[in-house]
Design a protein. Sequence first.
Lengths: 327, 327, 327, 94, 94, 94
Amino acid sequence: MTEFISNAVQNLTTPMILFFVLGFISTILKSDIEIPQAISKILAIYFMIAIGFKGGVEISKTGISSGLYDSILSSILIGIITPLIAFLILKYIGKLDNVNCAAISAHYGSVSVVTFVTAISFLNGKSIEYHGYMVGMMALMESPAIFVSILLVRVFGSQKISALKSNYVDLLKESLFNSSVVLLFGSLIIGIVVGEIGMTTVKPFLVDPFNGVLTLFLLDMGMIAGQRINEFKKVGLFLGFFALIMPIINAIGSIILCGLMKFSIGDTLLFSVLAASSSYIAAPAAVRIALPQANPAYYITMSLAITFPFNIMFGIPLYYSIIIFLG
Amino acid sequence: MTEFISNAVQNLTTPMILFFVLGFISTILKSDIEIPQAISKILAIYFMIAIGFKGGVEISKTGISSGLYDSILSSILIGIITPLIAFLILKYIGKLDNVNCAAISAHYGSVSVVTFVTAISFLNGKSIEYHGYMVGMMALMESPAIFVSILLVRVFGSQKISALKSNYVDLLKESLFNSSVVLLFGSLIIGIVVGEIGMTTVKPFLVDPFNGVLTLFLLDMGMIAGQRINEFKKVGLFLGFFALIMPIINAIGSIILCGLMKFSIGDTLLFSVLAASSSYIAAPAAVRIALPQANPAYYITMSLAITFPFNIMFGIPLYYSIIIFLG
Amino acid sequence: MTEFISNAVQNLTTPMILFFVLGFISTILKSDIEIPQAISKILAIYFMIAIGFKGGVEISKTGISSGLYDSILSSILIGIITPLIAFLILKYIGKLDNVNCAAISAHYGSVSVVTFVTAISFLNGKSIEYHGYMVGMMALMESPAIFVSILLVRVFGSQKISALKSNYVDLLKESLFNSSVVLLFGSLIIGIVVGEIGMTTVKPFLVDPFNGVLTLFLLDMGMIAGQRINEFKKVGLFLGFFALIMPIINAIGSIILCGLMKFSIGDTLLFSVLAASSSYIAAPAAVRIALPQANPAYYITMSLAITFPFNIMFGIPLYYSIIIFLG
Amino acid sequence: MKKLEIIIESVERRKVCRLLEELNVNGYTIINDVSGKGRQVTRNDSELSDIMKNSLIIVVESEEVINKIIDVLKKEVLNYYSGKLFVSDINMIV
Amino acid sequence: MKKLEIIIESVERRKVCRLLEELNVNGYTIINDVSGKGRQVTRNDSELSDIMKNSLIIVVESEEVINKIIDVLKKEVLNYYSGKLFVSDINMIV
Amino acid sequence: MKKLEIIIESVERRKVCRLLEELNVNGYTIINDVSGKGRQVTRNDSELSDIMKNSLIIVVESEEVINKIIDVLKKEVLNYYSGKLFVSDINMIV
Ligand SMILES: Nc1ncnc2c1ncn2[C@@H]1O[C@H](COP(=O)(O)O)[C@@H](O)[C@H]1O
Ligand SMILES: Nc1ncnc2c1ncn2[C@@H]1O[C@H](COP(=O)(O)O)[C@@H](O)[C@H]1O
Ligand SMILES: Nc1ncnc2c1ncn2[C@@H]1O[C@H](COP(=O)(O)O)[C@@H](O)[C@H]1O
Ligand code: NA
Ligand code: NA
Ligand code: NA
């Protein structure tokens, strides 16, 4: 417990997290700070390139370790099981309709790049190692949950859905060649190809300012999350609670899975953070197209305004403490 | 005098100032260089975060010195007196109507972040120390002049104004939680909290490229100022002259005040530059809302196209020479 | 030949080129990566400032060498002769109408800043020296081809053209004070004025992250080129072939000229790349205004989707190998 | 001629354009990134995913074609997504 | 139905939206960052403060509501700020 | 009053504005960066040069002035550049 508190305090006093809080507060104060959307978009691309590339260079150095196959397996397992659990909780405890269940499950089964980036920054701060291919695992975990959720809606039978078949083509494209999947895998492969020599040429742009740029990005994320918090009423108590508990359940499940797989502390933390994180860029776009009847106010608000802040502020140190505690 | 000339030449041959001149000239040549507004906005945010954060880290190192209270007092004094002087000069010498007097006074009483940033860059170039809390002083000096000016308009009686009461709510919000006030104070506090350890994580983004980014921003400012210069005719001779003299009056007044307070050379220069600078982001927005009858062509042109270039090119070295001369 | 292959492979495995390829592929996969236009624009400005400034600082160090006058002469020669050759090939071999001949010639006679920047990155990778004033040569070579092409149209007689005289005023302004000409020359002069002392203040922004930023920019260029490739059908086989052969002809011609002038390897490569490159920012805008009857689908697609990728991927190492081979 | 103004969630913009092209309209014009407020939520462009943004698409066509477009959009798009269709009289000069 | 097009300085956009909501309109659509020229200065979006930009707000409503909006805007906004109001006929299909 | 909507390639925007000012119109409003599809190519704003973008210019004026504008634009701009002109009825309230 004291372990967790000290980790949490340490995490909460990094510039990154504090700028997130500043963004959040400034929105509540109705301050007129405005980060142009062009900047948010390029920062998101920057992070995907930076972590993808760095992961690739790591792989080029260490080679592909035996753990890779276990990691791929774990990614797929987490990508399939977490939306399933979410769906069942929402349906049988929350009594939500199928479509909204599926929409929300898709978000909690998918992953958040910025949460992952913040976790990497957390690990760097503690000088804990992790495998370069973990970035690839994140890319692998983006889409399965979305398909699982749509499947669940169909299994639990909703006649209206079938009318939307033309949308499935869009959806498949959207998911397979989704910008984050392409950028993460693309940069990963480039990193593998160019290795350390390539790294020296781009380090002053992709590595050195990384934490600083994250500061600016989290300021922006804080503002976006803060704008959403007004919609909290629409979400209601059960879903608000779900948005706090589901990440913890997913994280603990993953930690146990990683324990069985004997992954390192670093990799375990990243897996647990990926499982705990919920998507707010890729999944909303896909879900809005695939499940238009679902209420966006639910899934965006939960993902962006509750789960994301929880994860980066308290979740990461909490999951870390649990990992240390369990061994 | 030779002191001033050598300082001015030195200042005019920094990349920052020369890029400002390039931007200015390119606009006059009707070149089609276009810096997107999204970039101008994010650069403005970058500078507020960077100087706020750096100031905070400085405070965390040196602690709060006894000079702080005197500095706060000076900030408030300058913030109240300078718009008053401006108003009286404009009304009794310039014979302007009350509303335009107040509008212009609000600008010259408030401050310009970029002028401050350029002054910091000037001090860094000369390795002169200044207190970290000076950034906080700037934030303190943003809004008082705006309220003083509105008060002056009411005191000098203009019946129409009272009709606009609904606007005052907007104005108060706009001024208190104004983006620059929030960003400057927020980053300052974050800097104090995270201290030097936090600084190391963000230095390659917030500190190292600072001057380089300023180069790009001043190129943009040069272009914006150049576009305004066409409106010079509308401003007229008296106001054009005022836009050159008022900064010098305010600077000298502040230098004397700082001498009484026994502030260091660095702090004195920054106070004089803050007093001399006129706002062209916060004040115009507030004034347009609070005093819609005032003519924007006056205050924006004066502030942006005359006072700002004067201050960064000649003002800063001039005020510095005066400080050195006076001891 | 093996020399060329090894150079090409080395070039193709830099992060810069690989990100270009990633951008290209992602567009073909219809991925939804979106680099906002505000970012493309500021990156283009960044590169012009960075190389202009760096060139200027180099000049301030080495002084103006005797080679300068020969270089200026070569620039002008290349700027006049290459559009002429292109025009004749297009007209007499391609049987194109005069207006489209001129439009395309203007592009191949003008230059591409990003191709030049990639060549500089290539030279840096090989630690080969080049003169700082080469940036100025690029600026000199932007506009002449555009005027030569318009002249050719008039010489080869097309009555309709004369009606557009009001456009010539726009065109002249557009070309002389074109944003790239102003930025390149402006930064060059600033670099000369501030010299190495000025360089230290902006190096962490304008020099260190240069290659990294190029990575991001080429990702974007890859996407833009990829979008154009769909229009390939409209271009047809002859023009497609022309877009590959013309750069090689221009490069070899320039290499021979540079040989006569006894330029260094670095300068010769840059001249050959400038001659080989075709404009896709300045020339299209000028040509669209001056020769509105010409079909933009031709010149933009050829320049952006064929010649640019060819040059940065294969052209640069090819011209380099030819230079080494010829002595 | 009639002018049809289509206000639609940005996520559906590509689909609407595809439908318009399938109907062989002579042309259309798109204003991206408009914000707005309707029965549902306020839409503005500060979101990271594009699902909270609107696009405005303008089509000028004969009454007949416009009616066809309206039918298709009602069936394929507007039953699930929020959006508005406005029609007015207009002359196409060129 | 009537379509009201409001061209207003961007600084007043929030206020106009607040007034529209107080009048309980069914909805409105905003195009930010339009530039223009009128009796006063040229407005374009290169300014750092937003005071030289325009916004275009579109409201489609019944004639009665539109008239109410016009009255309110004339009184509360347009006496001090530059701006234009245009009204035309339109059909709301959905 | 009449409302003229001019859709024109962005490269020609400055020229159109100059022509409008030479005709002494009371004002105009510009929406930059609209995309669209017409007889010719698809225009969107991802291009680096601006030649593949459109601008939308709105002029509200008397019928007489609008007709003059149309004549001038037809002669000076639209014979070479792609573009559209739409005219509709409108009331200028303020
Ligand atoms: N009465 C209206 N006038 C103008 N625009 C409207 C109106 N109602 C709705 N809209 C626009 O249409 C979008 C979708 O509306 P809705 O389907 O009602 O949520 C809104 O976000 C507005 O941009
Ligand atoms: N006749 C007009 N047609 C179209 N837009 C206009 C017209 N007059 C004014 N505007 C727009 O309304 C804004 C304010 O006009 P004004 O109040 O005349 O300065 C201008 O900046 C233009 O965007
Ligand atoms: N029928 C139409 N309705 C609306 N906009 C159109 C229409 N036709 C053309 N446009 C617009 O006008 C531009 C030029 O059209 P065009 O001259 O046909 O290439 C297109 O890019 C569209 O933005
Ligand atoms: Na997850
Ligand atoms: Na001041
Ligand atoms: Na060339």
